[in-house]
Design a protein around this ligand. Sequence first.
Ligand code: ZN
Length: 161
Amino acid sequence: MQIENDKVVTFFYQLSEQGGDVLESNKRELPMAYLHGHKNLLPALEEALVGLQEGDTKIVSLAPEQAYGQPKPDATQRIPVKHLIKPPKRLLPGLLVKVQTEQGATNGRIVKVGKFMVDIDFNHPFAGKVLIFDIKIESIREATSEEIQHGHAHGKGGHHH
Ligand code: ZN
């Protein structure tokens, strides 16, 4: 069986920045499950996996434009410290934090810390990076009609309701 629309695929991955550190990996955990063809992955990554079979490995390299875009210089905002959700004891530049906004909780990175205000960069942490995915396909199966209806995979490594 090969990867195509309406298949549930489980895979291991290691994500690195080109020429840099490992950003994420699930190689020591459960494989991740997704339903192919339902926009559950970055579109360019999903496209690169079409036709792979169980046990296949592939290195997929994505330019920022295929992944999280270029960082926007105007994505930094000055907000009251009290808008941080469960802030760390010491606020330091570079730390990732959750911020309460009118659109709900949003992730950001501290740029500068004042007494009552803090500058937060709301760019995606992977913006501007060339991302290298090292993928190993673990299993491929037919999706259930319920999974297709929901648009995501159920069971191990997938969605739980
Ligand atoms: Zn569901």
